[in-house]
Design a protein around this ligand. Structure first.
Ligand SMILES: *[C@@H]1O[C@H](CO)[C@@H](O)[C@H](O)[C@H]1NC(C)=O
Ligand SMILES: *[C@@H]1O[C@H](CO)[C@@H](O)[C@H](O)[C@H]1NC(C)=O
Ligand SMILES: *[C@@H]1O[C@H](CO)[C@@H](O)[C@H](O)[C@H]1NC(C)=O
Ligand SMILES: *[C@@H]1O[C@H](CO)[C@@H](O)[C@H](O)[C@H]1NC(C)=O
Length: 406
């Protein structure tokens, strides 16, 4: 005869075994034994093919289905939209095997091109490079605003001022602001020898540098854009907004917060937007583009790369859209092309001044703190001017015109 206590023991043992059996079965079903990878990650990874496979799938999809264009756009934007984060969650490019594309050399139009365009085209197919300095932990937890700044190895004074002024990491009303600098490697041997170690030390102190193994050249700024987008899609699941800009701009984080509180748009990309900009055909211009590289009369609408704001979900869509396009040597125009693929229009806002002010260097506005106080981004300030303006704007300045712009 079993006593009540025996029955209770038996009951506990059976329940325990049943529970263990269920757990074991679940684990075996998910094929998760022996991997040592946290459960959640592995499961999410299975839902998604790897990045490169996905890119291939998508390319085929795009080429076959130009006339069902709208469904393929949905495939990019919606179906894969939310699940991407939690893929492999590591930068999956470990080596570079980037050799010049031999196909161009026998094309007549190519031979006549300027040297920098030749170099660009010969290596255009090399899409991703390994990371030299990475911070996978940067986006852990919720981040409201991620500030990412294009910089180069020698501009440490600019980075320093940004860290001390508008780019400092902080929490505003419980909303976290994080900062990152995006760099390639130096093209100059001397610089490489002297500055790389300093950069690594700088990163050791501040932990805010991402560096990739490609040359930091003007035409490679597009690589910086695509590498950041891929990095963001890999590591950043819970970032609400991104401010992306140059390392010589004045930015008001306060005005960014104010702007974002008053907007609820999805697919938000706001900045100094150019509509119907014409490709520049004068060879001496920095932005010259030969007909052979772009033969349409206008670029799609795009936001000046000096500083713009976008939401995190859109950044992930842009990452996928970028993989369907050939690289274009001007980074902000390239991002406009990605927006065009997604059929999303950027928004123009007057508080973003990334073009134009340079021309009117003598303008009174350049020295007017109330003007800066009312702006979100103003382009082209040397570190010392930036610091001065920052101090003025953050003093007990009394202005009356802000309401007009925001
Ligand atoms: C899809 O595109 C085709 C042609 O480009 C158009 O006729 C059709 O109305 C579009 N469908 C939707 C749902 O937008
Ligand atoms: C690099 O690519 C070339 C051509 O695609 C190939 O012949 C070579 O073996 C590759 N080298 C390495 C180290 O992978
Ligand atoms: C971009 O970087 C890659 C890798 O360092 C290099 O091979 C290529 O020449 C660069 N392109 C331009 C246009 O500078
Ligand atoms: C423009 O370029 C595209 C792709 O490079 C090409 O297919 C097309 O024929 C070109 N059009 C003209 C008018 O040159």
């Amino acid at each position: 005869m079993m006593t009540a206590r025996d029955r209770w023991r038996m009951y506990k043992r059976v329940s325990m075994m049943f529970f263990l059996a269920v757990v074991t079965l679940t684990v075996v079903q998910r094929g998760n034994i022996n991997t040592g990878v946290p459960f959640q990650l592995e499961r999410e990874a299975e839902k998604e093919p790897t990045i490169s496979k996905r890119a291939l799938l998508k390319k085929d999809h795009f080429q076959e289905s130009r006339n069902v264009w709208n469904t393929s756009i949905e495939a990019i934007t919606e179906k894969q939209g939310e699940t991407e984060y939690g893929g492999s969650r590591t930068w999956d490019v470990a080596s570079t095997n980037c050799t010049a594309n031999p196909n161009f050399n026998n094309m007549g139009w190519f031979v006549g091109l300027e040297a920098n365009f030749k170099q660009f085209l010969l290596y255009r197919h090399c899409r991703y490079f390994p990371m030299i300095i990475n911070h996978p932990e940067k986006c852990s937890g919720e981040t409201y605003l991620l500030i990412v700044i294009k910089s180069t190895i020698t501009q440490h004074d600019r980075r320093d001022i940004i860290r001390k002024t508008w780019g400092r990491e902080q929490e505003v009303d419980g909303k976290r602001v994080k900062t990152l600098f995006l760099l390639g490697k130096s093209s100059n041997e001397l610089e490489k020898a002297h500055h790389q170690k300093l950069l690594e030390y700088e990163d050791y102190i501040y932990g805010d540098i991402l560096q990739w193994d490609f040359l930091d050249s003007f035409f490679n700024l597009t690589l910086k854009e695509t590498h950041f987008l891929k990095w963001f899609a890999t590591y950043c699941g819970r970032v609400s907004y991104i401010f992306k800009g140059d390392d010589d701009v004045f930015v008001s984080i306060h005005n960014i917060f104010e702007y974002l509180e008053g907007t609820s748009a999805d697919n938000l990309l706001v900045g100094d937007v150019l509509f119907k900009a014409k490709p520049i055909r004068r060879k001496e211009n920095k932005y010259y583009i030969p007909q052979a590289l772009y033969n349409k009369t206008h670029y799609p609408p795009y936001a000046g790369g000096g500083g713009f704001l976008m939401d995190g979900t859109l950044a992930r869509k842009l990452n996928r859209a970028s993989e369907t396009l050939d690289l274009f040597p001007i980074d902000d125009v390239f991002l406009g092309m990605c927006l065009e693929v997604l059929r999303i229009s950027p928004i123009k806002h007057n508080a973003f001044k990334t073009f134009g002010l340079v021309k009117s260097k003598s303008s009174r506005l350049n020295r007017e703190p109330c003007f800066f106080k009312s702006m979100i981004v103003v382009h082209k300030l040397l570190p010392a001017d930036l610091l001065n303006m920052w101090r003025l704007v953050n003093s007990d300045l009394i202005c009356s015109q802000k309401a007009i712009l925001l």
